[in-house]
Design a protein around this ligand. Structure first.
Ligand code: PMP
Length: 344
């Protein structure tokens, strides 16, 4: 008798169930045990596959979406890629309104994945009718049978992680996890995962990662929106200049801020020492772990899970380019072998 063909029915069946990988070198000087939840193993190479699939399937369950309908969002980043991928398999049109600041590579990638990309001027304010927020809103109003994902203000973003990332980590650690460290952008990952884990064990500490230039940490501490906290920074996907409703600040115990420069070096260190080629915010998350460790947050019994949100390939022209690192001045203060280019 012929053996059965072992194949997935389509790429979406590979979303979720990402591996937990022990970190062996980058944390060796710290007390505790450290594990990375490597979201680059999702087929779209980031944690955003989870919310794209979850939000679209919720809309299907509620009868809001039918084949041929349209998915709309405002992002050139990971969420855009994931939505385009899910749309292809499920037969939806995908429209992405992106800022003219987005790189050509990103826009080409989204178009390759079948998305219609509207490039909107970056220099206008959010309430200008040409801004990508307003273009997306208008397209949603004008397009019958469309769903606006609106990830910063959509509770389903939290639910996606409550139902997938949280249970996976609980299962993978056999319930032994003591700390979760996760970056906060929309806040969906940290809020949903934390909500599930705290229901399992309220003693688990939830440590958020924020960027210098973002308002989240200060808001968490004071409940006040402080404009002084906001200034430009380079890390994409981490921190925010507004307060997303997809962040549940009550389940987060503490935030740690990290710099662009240290996060970039730490991301490169993850590749060099662990062989894990992860994105910029993975470097930010590990950088926060180092800073928490220096403050004495962990002890020998700690089992710390760190979320690595995406894959390094999306940052080739940034943190993984020596030229870019030099242009930012990120090599100025370090004197290691990275700065010594070998002439051939
Ligand atoms: N890292 C990267 C690379 C991201 O794109 C995002 C999402 N904006 C995050 C981290 C943060 O995840 P979340 O939006 O769930 O807070």
């Amino acid at each position: 008798m012929a053996k059965e063909i072992q194949a997935y029915n389509n790429i979406l069946e590979l979303i979720g169930n990402t591996p937990l990988i022990k970190l062996n070198k980058v944390t060796e000087e710290f007390e505790g045990n450290f594990y990375a939840k490597v979201e680059a193993f999702n087929p779209g190479h980031s944690s955003k596959d989870r919310i794209a699939l979850y939000i679209i399937e919720e809309a299907e369950r509620k009868g809001i979406l039918k084949p041929g309908d349209t998915i709309i969002e405002t992002t050139s980043g990971n969420t855009g890629f994931s939505l385009a991928m899910v749309s292809i398999i499920k037969g939806y049109d995908c429209i992405l309104a992106v800022s003219s600041k987005s790189s050509k590579d990103k826009i080409d990638m989204l178009r390759t994945m079948g998305a219609k990309v509207y490039v909107c001027p970056a220099h206008v304010s959010a309430d200008d009718e040409r801004s990508y927020y307003n273009v997306a809103k208008r397209l949603h109003e004008e397009t019958k049978g469309s769903v606006y994902i609106n990830q910063y203000f959509n509770d389903l973003n939290i639910d996606a992680h409550y139902n997938t990332t949280g249970p996976e980590i609980w299962e993978q650690t056999g319930g032994q996890i003591t700390h979760l460290v996760a970056c906060s952008g929309t806040g969906g990952t940290i809020s949903g995962t934390a909500k599930f884990l705290k229901e399992m064990n309220p003693n688990i500490k939830i440590l958020g990662v924020d960027a210098y230039g973002s308002v989240l940490k200060k808001y968490h501490e004071t409940k006040e929106f402080d404009n002084e906290e906001i200034y430009p920074y380079r890390i994409e996907g981490l921190g925010k200049n507004l307060i997303p409703t997809a962040t549940d600040f009550d389940v987060i115990d503490k935030f740690m801020k990290v710099t662009d420069e240290e996060s970039a070096h730490t991301a490169r260190e993850i590749a060099k020492k662990e062989g894990i080629f992860a994105g910029y915010t993975s470097g930010a998350a590990l950088q926060a772990v180092k800073q928490f460790a220096e403050e004495g947050e962990f002890d020998a019994n700690s089992k710390v899970v760190i979320i690595f949100p995406d894959h390094g390939s999306r940052y080739m022209s940034k943190i993984y380019s020596d030229d870019w690192m030099s242009e930012q001045g990120f090599f100025d203060s370090v004197n290691n072998e990275e700065t010594q280019k070998i002439e051939i």
